[in-house]
Write a protein that binds this ligand. Structure first.
Ligand SMILES: Cc1ncc(COP(=O)(O)O)c(C=O)c1O
Length: 457
């Protein structure tokens, strides 16, 4: 039986396993290329750990999330002050200003989560009941849910197997008179190819809401993800590179749109440019608390430093992995920089004597390198069936459109391929120093050298 672990459980397991190396800034030099790495034990040596041999890596990996005692006094101050709610103090606003500066955005709004950031963005971009939103299927289910919560239909563009993101060439055939927005997802912190997506949006007068929930500081053509469409949504949930337990943000280049988001996330109260008589709107409570903002502010510098380390780690892995038959690193759009929430590659069993992906992953985990197949074809998991069988959706679309919609999932050939062949390691492995990163490559080479044996086992 295939075992499936979702991305968050995988990240949790992979970061708490083992001794948990904590990140030492003194160890940055070798990662950033200042010193040569020690010679590696020949990869093919020894029996695979899955067959009773010694694992290549035994030291554990960086734990996540991380805590520093130095952060505690400011947090205690907030709790002792009794000023916990957004309106009682300035920390949330301070975070919004600092985060928008980091992104080069005109303005940001902090929210309770990434999901609520997406929901608010869709509402403000006027995605309404009966509308359709073109979205990537290869994402966390919260992306689907944010659209469904607007009583809108998530219509899937196909995934490009080379990039794992939305294939812009598949958007046009999904357009209908009900299409209102496009929601590209910068999955694993890898930017989507935004120029062609924005061009189609402009030609068809569609809003663009970026799901940048995994893409803090990722860049495309010199601009940060979250500033490339009308609005961008971020998550600060515990597993994320900038974590506060739960939390999120919306970024944008229009202060007016962010003010509208502010109103909607704050029970519809008037705000900024959205004030004056009759300016109350529909709304909800999706506010961030002061304590969350304090933790986030404290981690902004850490985020920037670690982003550089993850990038250096990913560059090293990419250069090594592309030399291994059967392993294909992901291609990024030109002039873009990922931030690697997970580090994915495509696995081809032919390069490994027919060793199945499941067995490959078991063997790699046994070598001390936790890995995951991440997202499966989630549109077959019942979530969308539950939605389209609901009274509301039937009323809004009618059964023949919903049947055609359901049937169209079969056409997502690129996404099927991606779900069947992707393997990923978590972001904390990229924080390891060069000698530990070499273990990842050595483990894969060892499995390849013994793949015929492993395939038979
Ligand atoms: C791609 C993507 N979209 C949306 C979300 C939702 O964010 P949150 O969990 O903060 O609601 C996540 C969180 O994991 C995500 O990875």
């Amino acid at each position: 039986m295939k075992t499936y672990m979702d991305r968050r459980s995988f990240l949790k397991t992979s970061t708490t396993a083992g001794a948990g190396l904590s990140l030492s800034w003194a160890r940055l030099a070798p990662i950033l290329g200042a010193a040569a790495a020690p010679a590696l034990v020949h990869a093919a040596e020894g029996k695979p750990a899955l067959l009773g041999g010694t694992p290549v890596h035994t030291g554990g990996w960086t734990r996540w999330p991380q805590w520093r005692e130095a952060w505690e006094p400011d947090l205690l101050k907030v709790y002792r002050s009794g000023k916990w709610f957004r309106g009682s103090d300035k920390h949330v606003e301070d975070f919004e200003v600092a985060y928008s500066k980091l992104l080069g955005a005109t303005k940001c709004l902090a929210t309770a989560s990434g999901t609520t950031a997406l929901m608010v963005s869709l509402h403000v971009m006027d995605v309404d009941a009966g509308d359709e939103v073109i979205v990537s299927p290869y994402t966390f289910i919260a992306t689907y849910n944010a659209i469904l919560n607007a009583k809108a239909l998530p219509v899937f563009a196909d995934t490009d197997p080379a990039t794992l993101t939305m294939n812009p060439a598949t958007i046009a055939s999904r357009l209908t008179e009900r299409t209102r927005a496009i929601m590209p997802v910068h999955i694993f912190g890898m930017p989507c190819d935004m120029d062609p997506i924005n061009t189609i949006a402009k030609q068809n007068k569609l809003a663009v809401v970026e799901d940048a929930c995994q893409a803090w500081l990722a860049e495309y053509h010199g601009k940060k993800c979250g500033t490339l469409g009308d609005l961008g949504a971020f998550s600060f949930q515990e597993s994320k590179h900038l974590p506060s337990g739960e939390g999120g943000a919306i970024s944008g280049m229009s202060a007016e749109l962010i003010d509208k988001c502010n109103s909607f996330h704050n029970c519809g109260r008037a705000c900024g440019t959205n004030t004056g008589a009759g300016s109350f709107t529909r709304g909800n409570n999706y506010r961030m608390t002061q304590a969350q903002a304090v933790i986030l502010l404290q981690q902004l510098e850490k985020l920037q430093q670690e982003t550089a380390i993850r990038r250096a780690g990913a560059d090293y892995l990419g250069a090594e992995l592309k030399q291994i038959a059967g392993i294909t690193p992901v291609r990024l759009p030109e002039n873009s920089r990922a931030v690697w929430h997970l580090y994915p590659f495509r696995y081809d069993a032919q390069g490994f004597n027919g060793l199945s992906r499941d067995k490959f992953m078991k063997a790699l985990s046994a070598e001390g390198v936790p890995c995951s197949s991440v997202y499966r074809e989630q549109y077959n998991d019942g979530l969308l069936d539950e939605a389209i069988n609901s009274r509301g959706f039937k009323r809004l679309w009618g059964s023949s459109r919903l049947k055609a919609y359901r049937d169209s999932f079969q056409e997502l050939k690129g996404n099927q391929q991606v779900c069947a062949t992707t393997v990923a390691i978590g972001q904390t492995l990229l924080l390891a120093d060069r000698s530990n990163l070499e273990h990842i490559i050595a483990a894969i080479r060892k499995i390849q050298a013994h793949s015929a044996e492993l395939a038979k086992a």
